[in-house]
Design a protein around this ligand. Structure first.
Ligand code: B16
Ligand code: MG
Length: 218
């Protein structure tokens, strides 16, 4: 198998929006008097807004009407967007720009695929969008990870077969989605030691084009 494209997840892989999502959900939990257990932030990675709310509410799910749930998600999203509007290129995660430069030099196509309906804004604010050949977000791909839709649409947009794509993910739901798309996975952060990933590392600082199989020409 020849890898011709690398598809990056967005929140928690390219930009620091994972921490922004966490702060917004935490603020909502405080407003509602709900617990926010230590393990919850990692469970919210890569899953849709609707599923995130269900996980946050837990046994309190039955206490809320559908309209109230919509208001809760709106409140969280507004808090999140306030942070996104203040993003700068400093919010790109360590190692990202270096790896993108190396992969571009090696002639690899690059893309971003995210469950987030807000993903494009963060990529624009950080100037990463212009480095990517395709961006697919939660508006383009309404079927949330672990459904492979976002990765399959990204491969299609790049004109590369799914089996020639490599995905970089920080969330188990995203690893599932990539595997369901028939793609090889690089796991970072919480997915570093996931047994399903081909390469794992704490962050992209530790990953070079060479480690992914390409000779670096830098
Ligand atoms: P939104 P990713 C995911 O993005 C986030 O990891 C997850 O925490 C969030 O709930 C989801 O996007 C939906 O985001 O509410 O902004 O549409 O990791 O797939 O880039
Ligand atoms: Mg992510």
């Amino acid at each position: 198998m020849t890898t011709k494209a690398v598809i990056f997840d967005v929140d928690g892989v390219l930009v620091r929006t994972d921490a922004m999502h966490e702060r917004a959900w935490r603020a909502l939990a405080e407003r509602e008097g709900l617990p926010f257990p230590d393990g919850l932030p990692d469970k919210l990675r890569g899953v849709s807004r609707e599923r995130s709310l269900e996980l946050l509410l837990g046994s309190a799910n039955d206490r809320y009407t559908n309209e109230q749930r919509v208001e809760l998600m709106h409140y969280k999203n507004e808090l999140f967007l306030a942070e996104v509007r203040a993003m700068t290129p400093a919010d790109v995660l360590p190692g990202v720009r270096e790896l993108i430069a190396e992969l571009k030099n090696a002639g690899i196509k690059l893309a971003a695929a995210s469950a987030s309906r807000n993903a494009r804004r963060g990529l624009d604010r950080t100037d990463l969008a212009s480095s990517l050949d395709a961006i697919i977000d939660g508006n383009d791909a309404p079927l949330a990870k672990p459904n492979p839709q976002c990765f399959l649409l990204t491969a299609q947009a790049l004109g590369v077969a799914p089996t020639n794509c490599m995905v970089v993910e920080d969330a188990p739901a995203g690893v599932d989605a990539a595997i369901n798309a028939g793609m090889v996975v690089v796991g970072v952060g919480p997915c570093e030691s996931d047994p399903r990933v081909a390469v794992g590392a704490p962050s992209l600082v530790e990953i070079s084009a060479q480690a992914l199989g390409w000779p670096s020409r830098l």
